[in-house]
Design a protein around this ligand. Structure first.
Ligand SMILES: [Zn+2]
Length: 257
């Protein structure tokens, strides 16, 4: 019972954790979570993210980028701030970036401009990308495809589609980020993943969001990854150890450590 797992996507710097972050980290470590990758959202969250990272060096690791839902009228300013950070110090990835057509279609065009530009940064700095794509998989896949020169790598975070979509992600050389949604009845993700080789899957919580059953609807935290590991072991008909070692190796391959 000494699994080593990596939470490739968690917003542990959110205010939801400000009262008990140390307990949240120790509970996760007790469940074998050794690393926590922190996706940036926009400039409002940079300070909290970087502070958490310096409190847990080597454990909490920051990405840098502008979330598609933060791409609005002032998006050039947001992009500039993120780009400044990338030029100043190392980050684990450019993320989270992408397209979100679910909440608002006002800035579709700007979202695409921002997504394209941030992929260019990733290629320039030789970093993986972490993609947020909601109701926009066709466009997201098309944009990644246009930039795929054999060097672009990364994760479609919170993947929730059909096998056909999973196939397209794999064909791009990308990984599927899998979390609590897998435990939801009727998500259909179990059926999709039964056909996806573990070599294309990484684990994530997206904490504080998308808590797995039996905590669905509550605050999510990294220790709950164990429920995702259990469910994935059931779906893939293999041991928890196998899930942990393969997904951890995948995450290390992506983030390079
Ligand atoms: Zn996220």
């Amino acid at each position: 019972m000494s699994l080593q797992i990596i939470d490739t996507h968690c917003h542990l710097y959110s205010k939801e954790f400000s009262g008990d972050i140390d307990a949240v980290i120790s509970r996760a470590e007790a469940e074998g979570v050794t690393r926590f990758y922190l996706p940036a959202v926009d400039s409002e969250s940079h300070d909290a993210m970087l502070q958490l990272e310096s409190k847990y060096p080597g454990k909490c690791i920051s990405m840098m980028g502008v979330h598609p839902c933060s791409i609005q009228a002032d998006y050039e300013k947001e992009l500039q701030l993120a780009e400044d950070w990338l030029s100043k110090r190392p980050f684990a990835a450019v993320g989270e970036i992408g397209l979100d057509y679910y909440w608002d279609r006002t800035f579709d065009k700007e979202q695409k401009i921002a997504f394209n530009r941030q992929i260019e940064w990733a290629l320039h700095y030789d970093l993986p990308i972490v993609i947020h794509s909601r109701d926009s998989m066709d466009d997201s896949i098309e944009i990644v495809k246009q930039h795929q020169n054999g060097k672009l790598k990364g994760i479609f975070h919170c993947f929730g589609g059909s096998y056909e979509l999973a196939r397209k992600v794999m064909d791009l050389g990308f990984y599927l980020g899998i979390g609590g949604v897998l435990t939801y009845k009727k998500s259909g993700l179990d059926e999709t993943l039964s056909q996806v080789p573990l070599e294309h899957i990484v684990l994530e919580t997206d904490a504080p969001y998308l808590a797995p059953v039996p905590f669905r609807g509550k605050r999510n935290e990294s220790s709950y990854l164990k429920y995702v590991v259990d469910k994935l072991a059931e779906v893939k008909n293999c041991s928890r150890e196998e899930i942990a070692s393969i997904t951890t190796a995948n995450a290390q391959k992506i983030f390079g450590s």
